[in-house]
Design a protein around this ligand. Structure first.
Ligand code: NAP
Length: 455
């Protein structure tokens, strides 16, 4: 994929970048290693102050960064501002808690003194997606840098200006040259990079094939990876649920970021007793959404990020129709538009066993399934290769406990939508990946957990 900015709202090619040559990559790797050799010795207090400065810049210039995000990948401007501010939040979170998370942990043994010490690993490569072009990077970088590592970013090819803006934030905040660098490179240049012995570990947020490819390249070099991959999260509604609240939240949970979120509610699983009522409510909320120019404040849903995503989503929906599913709302790309617009879409009567019902739909398309009871709901919720998150709605405490225990996912939210929060770990199981970001778990992914024993 060419490294370029194409406005998804108009299809206009705005800027193209040449991928870095091998010699240029080598220079940046040299700089990263030199930076690490010094940066690892900085105090936690100094790193904390640098992260606070990043947060200040993100807050002060939120509008500037938001415009860039909307321009390059089509998210609504209002949600892009919120994203910039959330990045500030994660910087402050690790600035405030980093020292506590990285402090020595004493252990009682036969030694006169024994403890665990957390030390940085070195250069970490982050391969990131376009859908939350700032947030995905900051939720990796804030803990990684707080722990004393240095970072190289290979961002998605359709958000190069966001990638460069992020590099400039770290620079402006006062991090030394080379502590955080953006590499404008193609996906085909990643495996060779992982072979460089100075890169100690990597993280990838994106699709399963990309994750598998990075894990293979890293595995060959015995290097650690964290993978945050796709999801097809269930949104279960049982009979005691507050249906209005579930429909309102379900709509947000499906349509957030123009439907392009890994933790979006992609499969609504609803018990028969309340299915008609819930479907009607959900349909009403979907119908009320405004599709259009992402820069306009009234817009709820902007264009999909690329023409390819639009094409892929359209093909999935057509396949659904072909196997006999019913399109209750939407179902076709917006005609005569040069932008990648796809309307809110609701699909019912889906053959549950068909492989397409287990796929991830990366756009504003909701699948709705009816089931007789909680047993069938849990079975269907787990009948997917993914295991990222799950939202379940019920006011029955026993049902809540069953859902918490039996949903196979990295997160379960009861009577709320699945979301990321710096204070809680984030990540998946099954084909949604492994490892965790955020919270104390996130900062411990890229450290050497050193056992120290002194007699
Ligand atoms: P993608 O194609 O996998 O791209 C993600 C990143 O991986 C991009 O930087 C891409 O570079 C790179 N990449 C692609 N193929 C690669 C390869 N073979 N080796 C190394 N790097 C490679 O993902 P996407 O389709 O744009 O993003 C959507 C997916 O990300 C969805 O499945 C979504 O659920 C998932 N996602 C997961 C999370 C999470 O936290 N679990 C969060 C957000 C998104 P190029 O752009 O140059 O191809």
């Amino acid at each position: 994929m060419a490294i370029s900015t194409i406005n998804p709202a108009t299809g206009e090619l705005l800027k193209t970048f040449e991928p870095l040559k091998d010699t240029e990559i080598a220079t940046k790797l040299d700089l990263a290693q030199q930076a690490f050799d010094k940066y690892r010795h900085t105090s936690l207090q100094e790193r904390s102050q640098l992260l606070q400065s990043c947060a200040d810049i993100l807050e002060q210039d939120a509008e500037k960064f938001a415009k860039l995000m909307t321009l390059e990948m089509g998210k609504t401007y209002k949600s892009a501002i919120a994203e910039a501010k959330k990045c500030a939040l994660v910087c402050r979170y690790y600035a405030e808690h980093g020292a506590e998370f990285l402090a020595d942990v004493p252990a009682k043994t036969d030694a006169s003194q024994s403890f665990i010490r957390y030390q940085p690993l070195g250069i970490i490569l982050a391969v990131m997606p376009w859908n939350f072009p700032f947030w995905q990077v900051f939720r990796f970088a804030a803990p990684a840098l707080m722990a004393g590592n240095v970072a190289l970013l290979k961002h998605a090819s359709n958000v190069p200006q966001c990638a460069l803006a992020i590099e400039s934030i770290f620079h402006q905040a006062g991090f030394a040259d080379g502590v955080f660098q953006t590499l404008l490179i193609g996906a085909n240049q990643v495996a060779d990079l992982m072979a460089d012995e100075r890169i100690k570990a990597s993280t990838l947020t994106g699709s399963e094939p990309a994750g598998a490819s990075l894990a293979m390249a890293s595995g060959k070099q015995i290097k650690k990876t964290v993978l945050e991959l796709g999801g097809s999260d269930p949104f279960i509604v049982l009979s005691t649920a507050d249906l209005e609240a579930a429909a309102v939240t379900g709509t947000t949970a499906r349509m957030l970021n123009n439907g392009q979120s890994c933790i979006a509610a992609k499969r609504f699983i609803v018990v028969d007793a309340i299915a008609d009522k819930f479907e009607k409510l959900l349909l009403e909320k979907f119908q009320a959404l405004k599709l259009g120019d992402p820069m306009v404040p009234e817009t709820d849903i902007g264009p999909l990020a690329t023409a390819k995503i639009l094409q892929d989503l359209d093909q999935q929906v057509q396949k659904m129709v072909h196997i006999g599913a019913k399109v209750v709302l939407g179902g076709n790309p917006v005609a005569n538009s040069s932008g990648n617009y796809y309307p809110p879409t609701l699909i019912t009567d889906i053959p549950q066993e068909h492989p397409i019902a287990k796929e991830e739909f990366f756009g504003p398309v909701a699948m709705l399934f009816r089931v007789p009871d909680i047993d069938a709901a849990i079975k269907l919720a787990n009948d997917t290769p993914f295991g990222l998150g799950g939202s379940a709605w019920t006011n029955d405490p026993q049902e809540q406990q069953r859902l918490i225990n039996e949903i196979e996912a990295g997160a379960v939210f009861i009577n709320g939508m699945v979301k990321s929060d710096p204070r809680m770990p984030f990540g998946g199981i099954k084909r949604s990946g492994y490892g965790r970001e955020l919270s104390i778990q996130g900062i411990h992914e890229f450290v050497n957990v050193k056992t120290v024993w002194v007699k």
